[in-house]
Write a protein that binds this ligand. Structure first.
Ligand SMILES: Cc1cc2nc3c(=O)[nH]c(=O)nc-3n(C[C@H](O)[C@H](O)[C@H](O)COP(=O)(O)OP(=O)(O)OC[C@H]3O[C@@H](n4cnc5c(N)ncnc54)[C@H](O)[C@@H]3O)c2cc1C
Length: 456
């Protein structure tokens, strides 16, 4: 029997929404709508983007169940990227590979005063051993290096434009903001500015804006965990002078995570070299980048990337990473036939083909090839979950103070004992506030302590 065509609405316009649309467009005959305003604050467009899994390990997150899950299931997503590359092979607009370069090289300055960075470098090495990930250790007089050959990069704009080429009118793209979702009999009505659309199935993949849409839609399950913007800024370097060659790198060069920020990383895009990225979780809809972040990125360019930025032009891009209160994504069902995936913070681009494949399996009621793994992540990331603890409270408080030290170091500032005590007090106070709210002691991710202090 021929299945009746359904109308499926995907809300969002970042990498996750596009990868879901791509997966649906190649695997179903349903009517697909992608509804999202293509604002210039989307995280995907501001991402490097590195396919970063081992290179995201740091001293604090290495023990988290979610990080262990990612390291264990790393090959699944890297394989999915190869499939995406094949699917889009004839739809690229430039002669540029979709998956670029010789992988990732982590650089650790041998005389770095940043102990966070050193310990994170060691955590990556240990994680590579524990999970049998192929890496190369080497050094010269200035740096220790860790090469991760299979963590390459993808230009996000190139990916999105190639996907649109591939859709060939199979996906209806509506460049508008969604306000609410209402249940009407068995279907859902999605309200935009002056119009509405009815769908049988909906996926909310709208990054940092998902939370607002869900809170405006009382027919949906309301997650206990809120989400915020983690504002990130990066530079795009290119040359406009005939005497200055276009900058070019053959792989990702990066520092380990530096606590509070992602350190410095550089990625070759189709037409520029990307230098990222700052990190600032906030509820404020920031319009402009923070000046000191730009300064930190420019001063890291020569030592970490080896590019002389003198005479190069720079475009500045800013995006809102979607970050939840416990730093785990929110993935799962919000009602019968409504799913969501958001809150992916620093690596949602990397995991977008994986989330897309599995969400589409659920929508189309297809069997997953990785059912057990998907069920594990659904449990950790359920919209109905309680707060995931980041670890022991004392550990999180120390981690916050140390991450502030490391963050200041990136901005060439050394904190005094009094300043460190102020940070310790903030961390202790926030943990007490959260204990009161949640009804038990929980450890908070150091990156989120300040914002949770403000809101609780
Ligand atoms: C500076 C920076 C660097 C990063 N680097 C990396 C990296 O190297 N590797 C990696 O894996 N990840 C990286 N990330 C994280 C990654 O970008 C995100 O986790 C991921 O892209 C999130 O994708 P998304 O589709 O959920 O959200 P987004 O890409 O934010 O897309 C959401 C979209 O929804 C649209 N929208 C807003 N309001 C509405 C509305 N009301 N209705 C409909 N649509 C709306 C927005 O315009 C936006 O385009 C980085 C992020 C930033 C900011």
């Amino acid at each position: 029997m021929v299945k009746a065509k359904k109308k499926i609405g995907i809300i969002g316009s970042g990498s996750i929404a596009y990868m879901i649309a791509l997966e649906l467009s190649v695997s179903s005959e349903d009517e697909i709508f992608l509804i999202g305003n293509h604002s210039n604050k989307g995280a995907s467009q501001a991402a490097g983007a590195m396919l970063n899994i081992l290179s995201e390990v740091d001293i604090y997150n290495s023990k988290l169940p979610l990080m262990k899950w990612k390291l264990t299931n790393r090959d699944i997503v890297l394989q999915y990227w190869k499939e995406i590359e094949d699917t889009l092979d004839n739809y690229r607009m430039y002669d540029f590979p979709l998956i670029y370069g010789k992988g990732t090289t982590i650089k650790l300055d041998k005389v770095s005063m940043n102990s966070f960075e050193q310990e994170s470098f060691n955590s990556m090495r240990n994680a590579a051993l524990d999970h049998s990930i192929r890496v190369v250790n080497r050094s010269d007089e200035k740096f220790n290096y860790l090469d991760i050959p299979d963590e390459q990069s993808v230009d996000p704009n190139f990916l999105i434009r190639s996907s649109i080429n591939k859709f060939n009118k199979k996906v209806n793209i509506i460049n508008k903001a969604v306000e609410t979702i209402k249940k009407i009999k068995k279907n859902y009505s999605v309200t935009l500015e002056n119009e509405s659309y009815n769908f049988e199935q909906i996926i909310i993949a709208c990054g940092a804006w998902s939370d607002r849409i869900i809170r405006n839609s009382p027919d949906l399950i309301q997650p206990k965990i809120k989400s915020y913007n983690d504002v990130g800024t990066a530079l795009l370097l290119s040359s406009e002078f005939p005497h200055k060659e276009q900058p070019k790198i053959d792989r990702i060069f990066r520092t380990p995570n530096r606590g509070g920020t992602c350190g410095i990383h550089s990625v070759q895009r189709c037409d520029s070299v990307y230098i990222g990225a700052s990190s600032r979780p906030t509820h404020v809809d920031m319009k402009y980048p923070i000046a000191s972040s730009i300064n930190a990125l420019i001063s890291g360019t020569q030592p970490i990337v080896g590019i002389d930025a003198h005479d190069l032009a720079t475009d500045i891009i800013t995006g809102y990473r979607p970050v939840t209160e416990d730093s785990y994504p929110i993935i799962g069902k919000l009602a019968e036939n409504v799913w969501c995936v958001y809150g992916t913070k620093r690596d949602g681009f990397t995991w977008s083909p994986y989330y897309a494949k599995e969400i589409v399996n659920m929508i189309l009621e297809r069997e997953s090839n990785h059912k057990k793994e998907w069920e594990e992540i659904l449990e950790m990331c359920s919209p109905q979950r309680d707060f995931n603890s980041f670890g022991e409270v004392g550990f999180c408080i120390d981690a916050f103070v140390n991450s502030k030290k490391a963050e200041s170091y990136q901005h060439n500032i050394e904190l005094t004992e009094e300043e460190l005590l102020v940070f310790r007090n903030i961390a202790e106070e926030t943990h007490l506030k959260m204990e009161k709210r949640v009804g038990k002691q929980i450890g908070i991710n150091p990156d989120l302590i300040k914002i949770l202090n403000f809101f609780n």
